[in-house]
Write a protein that binds this ligand. Sequence first.
Ligand code: ADP
Length: 445
Amino acid sequence: MRDWIGRLLSIAAIAGAGALFTGLVFGAAFAALFLFAFLLIVVAIALSARARLARWLADPAIDDIPDDEGTWGEIYARLHRMLREQSGARASLSHALWRFRQAGEAMPDGVLVLDADNRIEWMNPSAEGHFGLTFKRDRGQAITNLIRHPAFVGYLDAQHYGEPLTLKGGAEGERVLSVQLVPYGNHEKLLLSRDVTRWERLESMRRDFIANVSHELRTPLTVMRGFLETLTDARESDEKLYRRSLELMTGQAERMQRLVEDLLMLSRLEDSRYPLREEPVDVPALVRAVLVEAEGLNRGTHRIASTVGPQWLLANREEVRSAFTNLVTNAIRYTPAGGDIHVSWEVEGTEAAFRVRDNGEGIAPEHVPRLTERFYRVDRSRSRSSGGTGLGLAIVKHVMQRHQGRLEIESRVGEGSTFSCVFPATRLAPASGTVAEVTPIRGVA
Ligand code: ADP
């Protein structure tokens, strides 16, 4: 039997029994009075419970739910359970939303939500940074009022959002952004942005590098081809012409070889799979060897003096030799005949420095920070005519980075320059007669 029928029957039984008892004791009139009073009480209880429910429903609070006996008690208990479940579901939903928002805010890419009228609904901090916007201030604004870049406005209007758009000169001037619109839902859009400044810079460096290498190789090749054509047309007996042409072609071939060797050296130095192989290097002996080689190149054109300390270095012999040779060769190349060059290797406090000082023409300050760029030359034709590849200082810089050291350049126009390879004193090694086992100690810097 249903619950409510059971309750109704028990109320009817109480009313009947009460009425019967009152009727037997006090008479029929009192029985009717009893029944009337009893019904009134039952109705009053039901009405007051309903009123409590109505009052509570006007402002339902889970902790303030009416507490009653019987059917009303059951109703309240169920309501209480329902509310608890609802508030649990709401809490987990808002937690999920909060986490989603947190994830959106943590994204390194910019995310901006646009409504159907292209007004800003939400954006994460990366988007704020990319476009120079502030969510609190710009919420609800039309995006085209805030990003006025004609390319962006055109992209938004064209409605072909398959490919991203590259925007140059964003909020911070030099920034390059890749932006893409992604339509979703009911004409809403996501505006995704990514900072590709670094990638663009690398890409342009790569383009410049390929153009430079091609140019550097093309010049000697063109010269060689010219000679080959001349020789093809020449009379067999013209031995003088043959000899001269072969000499000049050999010079061009050497130039190409130097370039290719420098390129290979640079690529090895930059390759992170190439760990630094260190050994105790007898720097005084190495400097002497570099100076002997330099004298061969110099042929008495400059006065070369040296101050060489006894310290050894824990380093890669070939790399250090290449760096030192580059600096000494440059001093010879860029110092006019009769100039002075001084080479030194000394410990200075917590560092040890190999310095090459010349009293040549010096370098204007605006060039100095760019000297270590590949193929950067102050005087292009002078560098080429003296056999320079334009890669020497780039090699020195990389070698020094791999040894946790640095290349220092000091120069004054008209007075001369000092190029120094500065190593941390922690790299100094005790002098030894035996060559230590070659062990890779560190990875590439
Ligand atoms: P290069 O092969 O042209 O010498 P480097 O990278 O070794 O290339 O040097 C870059 C440029 O720095 C040179 O072209 C030259 O203009 C300048 N330079 C280097 N060393 C000196 C120096 N001792 N005095 C003046 N200029 C120098």
